[in-house]
Design a protein around this ligand. Structure first.
Ligand code: NAG
Ligand code: NAG
Ligand code: NAG
Ligand code: NAG
Ligand code: NAG
Ligand code: NAG
Ligand code: CU
Length: 593
């Protein structure tokens, strides 16, 4: 306790309207970080560095004020002084996104939740009140770096206790990145019951467009509450069957529902922000008669490439430009699933939405696909980050993904990291433990310490070849983007570091670990905090497929206000849990999603 307050007193409060203040130990806002400059290629793509021209439809690479699409977002971002505030009531509400009515946990009665819209460099402040009678909550801002604001990451058991029914808390953080993402509950399987929404952070782009159509979220959809589906999945020998797949929160089904509709302006080019907010299903998307020019992958601007379809893992995003230069008409936007590698979807063959040119007749499209959608759960490989990074070749440390299945005897499915299924303690989040000066962690917290400051951290995630469950996993890291240095299906890592891609490797925050294969990634230890790395399939992280990096524990910034808030949140959570769940939660359920 003493330790907590001694630490806290030295730190600076973080207030939304005020310019973001990073506390002791983390990199300064206008950084002088020579090690970073020295490892960058500073590749000149012809826009110069940080041009100051004005942003507009024909100058999307510019942003203004010395910022552009060439700016390295790790090092530099605008400080607008602008604060974007939201007030959210989380309720248990009956809705029927595809015509089938069921209870959902949603933000402000709305599904998908309200889109957070901010400009690059804004502060974002979201006040969340939990009105759900039976469940806690905790909102995570997927892909946002939370530089210097680890306690705002919204990960129950790591950075906070769950928010108990009736309680309110405020999350405050800075948009140091720009592009498209989403927020979701990280409490139990709650996001699969509806607690998700898009995040748009306006910024420059690597190609021009006229109109921003906003976000287009997709998710597989279950008619049974996810707690029930998950409890069964923990004991079943195969994945659960999704009932449907929602596009922008809607689809048709035997119960009614409707297709989502998007309007295109003839002759204009449109930015569309694709987000897989899914549960089990990897998706493939295409628009009849139109190609996509892809300009960003996750929060990373990329060298534009053209494609007829995109493969999108759970948690991934792509920003694409669609040129409305075809005959004024209606076109099917088609969405397919991975096929055998993700999980069955009862309506997989019928998923679509309508893209209607302004001036076209109403009614469903009669367009045809030029080619069938691909299947499979793999990532796009054409991704070249616009801002160039050099990552030296070094030997990674190994993490092995394993699996135990005693389902036949009525027991448990568990996914393991180095033999251990992750299990967190809602009542003792890692961050509180760190501030209390307790550095003894339970083995099942799957905690890996990263002590070095500002160094590359190399990890190979290897699927245990002996494992019977041969499935790919979308791996997501909090607090960082990572670089994908090598990725292979059906093989084990040879230890040959000359295989590692060092010249401008793919950078993003979610990547697919292929079945029976491995993934070598690297991130920079430039953000002290407690950061979860996990499979983004809720059923898999629930069954243990996760670990936490405790990065530079002595330097994690805290601030008086949010530490007080964390303590209050833990007290009310502990009272709620003691009263309603005296025996604890479902065995084998990590508590995380
Ligand atoms: C939501 O309300 C329904 C009844 O309308 C109830 O069965 C369900 O348990 C509630 N869900 C949560 C998460 O509280
Ligand atoms: C959450 O709500 C569901 C649905 O009402 C309920 O079955 C479950 O026990 C609750 N669990 C927790 C951990 O709050
Ligand atoms: C998604 O739906 C919302 C609400 O109906 C709508 O405002 C938005 O334009 C839609 N987005 C796209 C890309 O069609
Ligand atoms: C329509 O736009 C696409 C994408 O920019 C381009 O590849 C194609 O050639 C254009 N087609 C016509 C008919 O102009
Ligand atoms: C330190 O944390 C561990 C793991 O959460 C816990 O088991 C132990 O009781 C704690 N020790 C103290 C002295 O609080
Ligand atoms: C991996 O092996 C499986 C089973 O033999 C096969 O179906 C799959 O195509 C292989 N994947 C790759 C990328 O080679
Ligand atoms: Cu998984």
């Amino acid at each position: 306790m003493l330790h907590t307050f001694a630490r806290a007193a030295a730190l600076i409060a973080l207030l939304c309207p005020q310019v973001f203040s990073i506390a002791i130990g983390s990199p300064p806002a206008t950084p002088e970080v020579p090690w970073k400059y020295s490892k960058r290629g500073l590749f000149d793509r012809g826009y110069g560095d940080d041009s100051s021209c004005a942003h507009g439809p024909s100058t999307r690479t510019c942003w203004g004020g010395g910022y552009s699409v060439s700016t390295d977002m790790d090092l530099k971002w605008p400080s607008t002084g602008k604060c974007v505030k939201y007030n959210w009531e989380i309720t248990n509400t009956t809705l029927a996104p595809d015509g089938f009515a069921r209870w959902m946990n949603v933000v402000n009665g709305q599904y998908p939740g309200p889109t957070i819209v901010a400009d690059w460099g804004d502060d974002i402040e979201v006040t969340v009140t939990n009105h759900v009678e039976n469940n806690g909550t905790g909102i995570h801002w997927h892909g946002l770096r939370q530089l210097g604001s680890n306690e705002m990451d919204g990960t129950p058991g790591l950075t906070e206790c769950p928010l108990a029914p009736g309680e309110t808390r405020t999350y405050k953080f800075k948009a140091t990145q720009y592009g498209t993402s989403w927020y979701h509950s990280h409490y139990s399987v709650q996001y699969g019951d509806g607690l998700v929404g898009p995040i748009i952070i306006n910024g420059p782009a690597t190609a021009n467009y006229d109109i921003d159509l906003g976000a287009m979220p997709f998710t597989d959809w279950f008619h049974t509450p996810l707690t029930t589906v998950n409890a069964a999945a923990l004991h079943a020998s195969g994945p659960p069957i999704a009932d449907n797949l929602l596009i922008n929160g809607t689809m048709t089904s035997a119960f009614g529902g409707k297709y989502a509709e998007t309007t295109l302006t003839p002759g204009k080019s449109h930015l569309l922000r694709l987000v897989n907010t899914g549960i089990n299903n990897h998706v493939h998307v295409a628009l009849d008669g139109h190609s996509f020019t892809v300009i960003a992958a996750d929060f990373v601007p990329i060298v534009p490439f053209k494609t007829n379809s995109l493969s999108i893992a759970v948690g991934q995003r792509y920003d694409v430009i669609i040129n409305a230069n075809q005959t004024v008409s209606n076109y099917w936007f088609r969405v397919g699933t991975g096929g055998r590698c993700d999980g069955p979807n009862a309506n997989a063959a019928n998923i679509g939405s309508i893209f209607r040119y302004a001036g076209a007749l109403s009614g469903n499209p009669t367009s045809t696909a030029s080619q069938p959608l691909p299947t499979g759960c793999y990532d796009e490989t054409n991704i070249v980050p616009f801002v160039d990074t050099q990552v030296p070749q070094e030997m990674p440390e190994q993490l092995t993904v394993g699996f135990t299945n005693t389902a036949g005897s009525g027991n448990l499915i568990q996914w393991l990291i180095d033999g251990s299924p992750m299990l967190i303690d809602f009542n003792r989040p890692t961050l509180s433990q760190v501030f209390d000066g307790n550095d003894t962690f339970n083995a099942q917290e799957n905690l890996y310490s990263v002590g070095e400051a500002n160094k590359w951290q190399y990890w190979v995630i290897q699927q245990d070849p002996a494992m019977p469950a041969k499935l790919p996993h979308p791996i997501h890291l909090h607090g960082h983007d990572f670089y994908v240095l090598d990725v292979q299906a059906n093989t084990t890592w040879s230890g040959d570091i000359s295989r590692l891609k060092k010249d401008n490797p793919i950078r993003r925050d979610t990547v697919t670990l292929p079945a029976s294969g491995y993934l070598v990634l690297a991130f920079e230890s430039d953000n002290p905090g407690v950061w979860l790395m996990h499979c983004h399939i809720p059923f898999h992280i629930s069954a243990g497929l996760g670990l936490q990096f405790l990065e530079r524990s002595d330097e994690i910034p805290g601030n008086i206000g949010s530490l007080d808030e964390t303590q209050k949140q833990c007290k009310t959570w502990s009272e709620f849990q003691t009263e309603f769940y005296p025996g604890g939660f479902t065995p084998g359920d990590s508590g995380l999603r």
